[in-house]
Ligand binder design. Structure first.
Ligand code: HAM
Length: 423
């Protein structure tokens, strides 16, 4: 064991497993492009206020999970715990034309109690769309996530949906909820007996039985929507229906950040039995731009955890990589000259994935490496081949050594290899 290990709740990802990550990111990039989103890159840390104002001071992320630090210039920054606030900050700073539609792939940092599917550094694929409150945009954003999950092969995903209303309808609901919690405060879990009054909505998020019982019996958010928010919500649900995307109304779904307004949603992977079965979540945040000091601008987006998507794929038995990272050719070189380097260069320029042996190791040792690399073909460059200006090609997936092996001239070599590889 080495002296140092990756920090608690974080993971190193090495090849070949990392090919699964590459596949996910490449697929998401393709889908984001299809839906009109461009890649956005923002710093991994921001002034603490970017998060503080957006999430709400009393949110769980803000009070318990932030990685906050002071730099050498005495500025207080925080590592990003999610992608939305930074994108909205960047949007306000650069004022791109509307609608502004951005996608991202980012690590996110939360000081959580690590467990399966819950980490201190996780990674999100997400989108944010600013500048329109058209329900058609809600439908598109949700459809993008849904079609992406389909492309990953996932079939056991449920879409939970709710509307938080705008500030006024939500305010009315929170007042009534507060009254209800006050009446039943003695029945709440220990934590929420102490904190229910500061942020009553968080009690709806609580997974403990006493809080669930109290809130199940209490007022329901959808009953408090004003006519406009109600019509918006219906339009979103009808739009989803029209695309064949079924959604389940989840009146308790308020999500963990205070910035949400109107549509909120979560994707649950039923193959993941654990509590960590949310593979994605998002919603509207029509007030966030103003909270960060900008003009009122509607916004909606979602984030999806890569680690959980991979766990969900595994749980559904989906093991095939989404991207081909197999080695085509392994060059076994016992001459130690320039021939192998030149051959590798020629084949790589022709588009093949080439691995090779180094250090003039024995033929046997290199053949072992060739097998382990998963390459389809081995190309042997020995003294005889070198003298004849040829190479020996061996099909590593053929049991028949005679038939699986042949001498080839250098002329037209690439075409022969491509044919063998069905490329
Ligand atoms: P979130 O629900 O906190 O939302 O996170 C989005 C997704 O990231 C979750 O559904 C889950 O898959 C994954 N995730 C979150 N925390 C962890 C963790 N500790 N370990 C592993 N995976 C995790 C947001 O972050 C919002 N910014 C989403 C959004 C975008 N809303 C509007 N736009």
């Amino acid at each position: 064991m080495s002296t140092f290990q990756a920090p608690i709740g974080t993971h190193d990802v090495l090849a070949p497993q990392s090919a699964q990550w590459e596949g996910l990111v490449a697929t998401f990039a393709q889908y984001a492009h299809r839906y009109g989103f461009g890649l956005v890159l923002t710093p991994m840390f921001e002034e603490i206020g970017v998060f503080n104002r957006g999430f709400g001071e009393h949110s769980e992320v803000m009070t318990k999970e932030m990685y906050v630090f002071t730099d050498r210039g005495d500025r207080t920054y925080a590592l990003r715990p999610e992608g939305t606030a930074s994108v909205v900050r960047a949007f306000l700073q650069h004022q791109p034309t509307l609608p502004f539609k951005a996608w991202y792939f980012t690590p996110a940092f939360r000081y959580e109690r690590p467990q399966a599917g819950r980490y201190r550094q996780h990674h999100q694929l997400g989108v944010e769309a600013l500048g329109s409150d058209d329900p058609a945009l809600d439908v598109e954003v949700i459809a993008l996530a849904w079609r992406f999950y389909e492309a990953l092969g996932l079939t056991q995903v449920r879409l939970l949906i709710n509307s938080m209303g705008h500030a006024e309808c939500r305010g009315r609901y929170v007042d009534v909820l507060r009254g209800h919690l006050d009446e039943h405060r003695a029945q709440l879990c220990d934590e929420h007996q102490a904190t229910w009054a500061t942020n009553p909505l968080r009690v709806l998020d609580c997974k403990k039985a006493p809080c669930i019982a109290v809130t199940d019996d209490g007022p329901s958010l959808p009953d408090f929507l004003c006519a406009e928010c109600s019509a918006h919500f219906s339009a979103v649900r009808e739009g989803l229906d029209a695309l064949g995307i079924s959604s389940v109304l989840a009146p308790r779904l308020v999500r963990g950040f205070d910035y949400y307004t109107r549509t909120t949603f979560e994707f649950v992977a039923d193959a993941l039995g654990s509590a960590q079965n949310a593979i994605g979540g998002g919603g509207r945040y029509d007030g966030l731009s103003e909270q960060l000091g900008g003009k009122p601008t509607s916004g909606i987006g979602f984030g999806s955890g890569i680690e959980r998507l991979l766990l969900a794929r595994e749980a559904e038995g989906l093991t095939k990589n989404l991207i081909d990272r197999t080695v085509d050719v392994f060059i076994v070189d016992t001459t130690g000259g320039a021939a192998a380097t030149e051959l590798a260069d020629q084949l790589r320029r022709a588009g093949l994935a080439v691995e090779r042996g180094y250090d003039q190791r024995s033929m046997k040792a290199q053949m072992k490496l060739a097998d382990r690399s998963g390459a389809r073909l081995a190309l042997l460059v020995g003294p005889q081949e070198l003298a004849a200006g040829e190479i020996t090609m061996r099909d590593l997936r053929s049991d028949d050594l005679e038939r699986g092996q042949q001498r080839l001239g250098r002329e037209g070599l690439v075409a022969v290899l491509l044919e063998h590889l069905n490329k």
